[in-house]
Design a protein around this ligand. Structure first.
Ligand SMILES: *[C@@H]1O[C@H](CO)[C@@H](O)[C@H](O)[C@H]1NC(C)=O
Ligand SMILES: *[C@@H]1O[C@H](CO)[C@@H](O)[C@H](O)[C@H]1NC(C)=O
Ligand SMILES: *[C@@H]1O[C@H](CO)[C@@H](O)[C@H](O)[C@H]1NC(C)=O
Ligand SMILES: [Zn+2]
Length: 971
């Protein structure tokens, strides 16, 4: 939601390559949208609230059934929630057993703007006490009858008489509900404390449409109101909410009432409460904001990094936005159960434990960086998203794209620049965006969302990473100062209100100096520039060819991996015809300067240069570079001679673009493979990281075919030649030093991939390490994270190799340690190891365990990574499709509870398919099984087509060519 569990998109090939580097970043976000939205271009950018057409589909209510009328607005909610958590010895009310439920009462002050006969609110799974509900106008009671419509997720309050416009109307609603188990609304999160006792806390996750599961309300982002929240909670627990604590009262029956300060006007999806026995560390920012980071008591020490990072970052953003943080306090909480990565609730940000806590003994450098990134992302939202909020979900990209952009700024601040986040932008956001948007089944950044449920499917790489990359390109085009001034203007114009994407472009246009020129030489027109990027899908490939000794011609076409794949009809004929005005950054070989020239959508660009030019130098733009074979060969020769004349972001762009060109059939595969040979001289992690991903994609294309080994051997030979450090001791000694982050990452990445690619020495060393530092030191009574002596960067791999090369006894030991482990990062290491088993029956048993409705060893939140890991294991991958089709209903029962986790599972399973027969099987299954269609399986078929076509076209050639190169490397 606020932040996906990981920044990695589902890449059919690439995803596996991240596995060993950082298991916690494995969870993918898949691009899927099986939805029934309708394109209605005219409404974009207008001030009017969009009212979707009354369209019936065969799957439930229409969009207009779900939307709220605009005759009544909330002014303030006075909300009281009483939580019945188990284990606190309070008296049951009147003999009724309320454990695991909550009571609610909300008094809503309303602004009625049209004459009405009924009031409509969103509500789901709540039980109302109708006799206690009242409605008054100017303190005069008016009779009400309740009518619940579960399909519409609404409750209607039918009034005895018509009510004229007034802002003195008050609706009081009394109700109760269950503490949920699906990580949405007000839900249970459980853990075992240090004494081995089962504990439970209650917490909320509202975005996008779950506030209605805790409180009947106007659950659309445009209905902003203030919230006055009181939480009644068992003695022994603490409650927090968006507002700072105002007063606390012991009610005398083992309950405490905690009242919180009224919030500023905000959207319902940002509402949050939390009841727990957690503890916190506290500091204050320079501007006096009280900052607390909460965790299970035994992890309290692991909140220190987040607290420092949070304070630093909040101070940074106050400065960056030039608007003080609007609340007196900020809380951040690490939750044992959480669906996404984090959620930006105003003043009470919630996280997965692995995205907030930091323990230097257990976390790798990459995992530490992730904590910083997620914190920065959520804090960026406190202004951009919370203070100014999107009007409707079709502009989600603006919210998430901006936070994606800003997380890089915040993380540089947190790490004092040591994480060199600018370079990571190329590797994370841009890399993922270019990948995700290269298929026909993608969607434009701005796209119609009629039903709010559909927004669940749009928390994807296009929204986050393409959104961030387009904003980054705009910032680079107009200059950072101009961009920042515009952001400040936009926030001030719309604070405490809602905005549409067009408002941001208007703000930029309003603040833009005249000397910022567009493609026509006149002042840049922001809307003309941005619309083709935000409102049509895809992005351009610019191809350079030499026309004469001093001129290079650059032309554009849309980049698409599989020419034959069809876009959805509504996206297939955009008014810009898949052309863009492109700010072309380029570097002539031999010159260190990067220049920019506009390329108009309808004309080629001519560049005067006697040397080859590198397009999209520094990876500033959202487009790929392509070159004639002659130019490619010259570039490869030159980069082999002196790669340091190009920045790391330029080097890695060449790697990415060459493989993309070959994958799309535009380029002979010899080009990217020849280019990789320059890595003999490469020392820097950024290009290596890109190359590792590409080599692993290449290997994954082979499925379980034995020729895969040829690619692995090539990598082993290549990595032996690199001057980059690659010894275990160096990593173990230095991984805590942020200043050495890149050298350590390079060494770690090389070592782990050498291991992964089947180097037997590496595997043996890891098993030895395991035997010495785990088996030799820990018995089964110990919590593994507390006694394992393996340095953090190698834990996941050592545990994995131990299981892979070990017997059933080793597996059982590791499974036992998995079950007793309390630290979630160590637990992920152990889960990863379980998935390394070579035994298909064992792997199937793990999946069956994950499907158990009760008593599963795996938290629902972790099942996405479990399935991804198992799918990527050659021992299982050929069985995954049958497993899914045969057990579909069973899988759906538990794992279908959380839509996004279930989709991750589906994408993992289908990523194992690479034959026409299996694809046919999947298609038949989808057309036969209605629920499969609903989860968007159709969208997963295009990457399968890409994989099949790769094998048909390239496998033979690549195998031979790589074998040749390996020989050269060995000479
Ligand atoms: C009340 O319900 C909870 C959970 O449903 C159960 O664990 C507990 O034993 C029940 N308490 C009583 C007194 O029946
Ligand atoms: C009620 O709505 C009207 C019309 O939109 C607006 O002018 C007025 O300020 C609102 N009143 C309150 C108290 O929000
Ligand atoms: C936290 O750190 C302090 C000081 O370093 C130490 O005394 C304490 O035992 C630690 N607490 C836990 C729960 O690890
Ligand atoms: Zn976000």
């Amino acid at each position: 939601m606020g932040h996906p569990p990981s920044k990695q998109t589902l890449k059919r090939y690439g995803i596996r390559s991240i596995a060993l580097l950082a298991f916690c970043t494995l969870l993918g976000v898949i691009i899927t949208a099986f939805v029934t939205w309708i394109i209605a271009k005219s409404i974009y950018g207008t001030e009017e609230r969009y009212v979707p057409p009354a369209k019936k589909t065969d799957t439930g209510p229409s969009a207009s059934d779900l939307i709220l009328p605009t005759s009544v607005y909330p002014i303030n909610y006075d909300l009281a929630i009483k939580t019945y958590l188990p284990g606190f010895g309070y008296k049951e009310n009147g003999g009724e057993n309320k454990t695991l439920t909550f009571d609610g009462q909300v008094i809503i002050q309303l602004n009625i703007t049209k004459t009405i006969r009924k009031i409509t609110l969103n509500s789901l799974d709540l039980r109302f006490s109708e006799s206690k509900c009242t409605f008054t106008v100017d303190e005069e009671p008016v009779g009400v009858q309740l009518e619940v419509n579960k399909d519409f997720e609404k409750v209607f309050f039918n009034l005895d008489k018509a009510v004229e416009p007034t802002d003195k109307a008050v609706l009081k609603i009394v109700y109760n509900g269950d503490l949920r188990t699906d990580m949405a609304g007000l839900y249970q999160t459980t853990y075992t404390n240090i004494k081995g006792e089962q504990k439970m806390a209650a917490v909320t996750q509202m975005e996008p449409i779950s506030a209605r599961k805790m409180v009947p309300c106007f659950d659309e982002p445009a209905f902003k109101a203030s919230w006055t929240v009181t939480v009644i909670h068992p003695t022994g627990t603490t409650a927090i909410a968006n507002g700072i604590e105002e007063k606390s009262e012991d009610l005398g029956d083992n309950f405490i009432s905690s009242k919180f300060q009224t919030t500023p006007r905000m959207s319902s999806y940002l509402l949050a409460i939390f009841v727990s026995e957690f503890e916190y560390n506290e500091r204050h920012t320079k501007s006096g904001v009280r900052f607390r980071v909460w965790s299970r008591p035994e992890e309290k020490n692991s909140t220190v990094y987040a607290l420092e990072a949070g304070v630093k970052c909040l101070e940074f953003f106050e400065n960056y936005y030039k608007i003080p943080f609007p609340l007196p306090k900020q809380d951040m909480v690490a939750l044992p159960d959480f669906s996404a990565g984090a959620m930006e609730n105003w003043g009470l940000i919630t996280y997965r434990e692995n995205s907030l806590l930091y323990d230097p003994r257990i976390y790798t450098g990459a995992q530490k960086r992730r904590v910083a990134v997620v914190i920065a992302h959520e804090l960026a939202h406190q202004w951009f998203g919370n203070l100014v909020t999107l009007k409707w979900w079709n502009d989600l990209w603006l919210n998430e794209g901006f936070a994606t952009l800003a997380e890089y700024l915040g993380t540089d601040e947190i790490s004092d620049g040591n994480f060199r986040m600018n370079e990571w932008f190329t590797m994370d956001a841009l890399w993922i965006a270019l990948e995700a948007d290269s298929v026909a089944s993608t969607h434009p950044m701005t796209f119609q969302i009629d039903k709010a449920i559909e927004v669940l499917d749009s928390f994807d790489s296009v929204t986050y990473d393409k959104g961030g990359s387009v904003l980054s390109m705009i910032r680079k085009t107009i200059g950072e100062d101009n961009f920042n001034t515009a952001i400040n203007h936009y926030l001030n114009e719309h604070k405490y209100e809602n905005a549409v994407a067009g408002d941001l472009f208007n703000a930029i246009a309003a603040m833009l100096p005249d000397d910022v020129r567009g493609p026509n030489g006149a002042k840049l027109n922001m809307t003309e520039f941005s619309d083709p990027w935000t409102k049509q899908l895809g992005y351009p490939l610019l191809t350079a060819t030499r026309v004469n000794s001093s001129t290079i011609k650059v032309e554009q076409e849309r980049f698409k991996l599989l020419k034959s794949a069809m876009e959805e009809e509504k996206y297939s004929n955009p008014k810009w015809g898949f052309k863009w005005d492109v700010p072309v950054w380029y570097q002539s070989v031999g010159s260190k300067n990067i220049e920019m020239k506009w390329m108009k959508s309808n004309e080629p660009l001519f560049i005067h240069s006697e040397q080859p030019v590198i397009l999209n130098a520094d990876s500033n733009g959202l487009y790929r570079g392509g070159y004639s074979t002659e130019l490619w060969q010259q570039i490869i020769k030159l980069i082999k001679e002196d790669h340091l004349q190009f920045s790391t972001q330029t080097r890695v762009r060449l790697i990415d673009d060459s493989f993309a060109g070959a994958n799309a059939g535009l380029l002979n595969y010899s080009i990217p493979l020849d280019l990789l040979m320059y890595l003999k001289n490469e020392q820097d992690y950024i290009p290596w990281s890109g190359a590792i991903q590409k080599v692993r994609e290449l290997a994954n294309n082979y499925g379980t075919e034995p020729e895969k080994d040829v690619v692995h051997k090539f990598f082993l030979a290549l990595s032996l030649k690199t001057p980059a450090k690659k010894d275990v001791d160096f990593v173990s000694k230095n991984y805590l030093d942020d200043k050495q982050f890149f050298d350590v990452s390079a060494a770690q990445g090389l070592i782990l991939n050498v291991c992964f690619m089947g180097d037997s020495d590496c595997g043996e060393n890891m098993v030895k390490l395991f035997n010495k530092e785990v088996i030799g030191k820990c018995d089964s009574d110990r919590i593994l994270s507390e006694c394992s002596q393996i340095p953090a960067p190698f834990r996941a791999e050592a545990y994995c190799q131990a299981v892979k090369n070990g017997n059933q006894d080793t597996f059982e030991k590791v499974f036992h340690w998995y079950k007793t482990e309390r630290n979630q990062v160590e637990k992920a290491n152990l889960m990863n190891a379980l998935g390394c088993s070579n035994d298909i029956l064992t792997l199937k048993k793990l999946m069956l365990d994950a499907m158990k409705k009760e008593g599963s060893a795996f938290r629902l939140q972790d099942c996405g990574s479990l399935f991804r890991k198992i799918s990527s294991n050659d021992a299982a991958s050929d069985s995954m499709l049958n497993f899914m089709t045969e057990r579909w209903d069973e899988i759906l029962e538990r794992l279908g509870k959380d839509r996004s986790i279930f989709q991750r599972i589906l994408s993992s399973i289908t990523s194992t398919i690479n034959t026409r027969g299996d694809l046919e099987k999947l298609r038949n299954f989808r057309t036969r099984v209605k629920s499969a269609e609903q989860y968007g399986i159709e969208k997963l078929e295009e990457p399968i087509e890409v994989a099949i076509s790769w094998r048909e076209t390239n496998q033979k050639f690549v195998t031979q060519y790589v074998e040749e190169l390996t020989k050269q490397l060995r000479n």
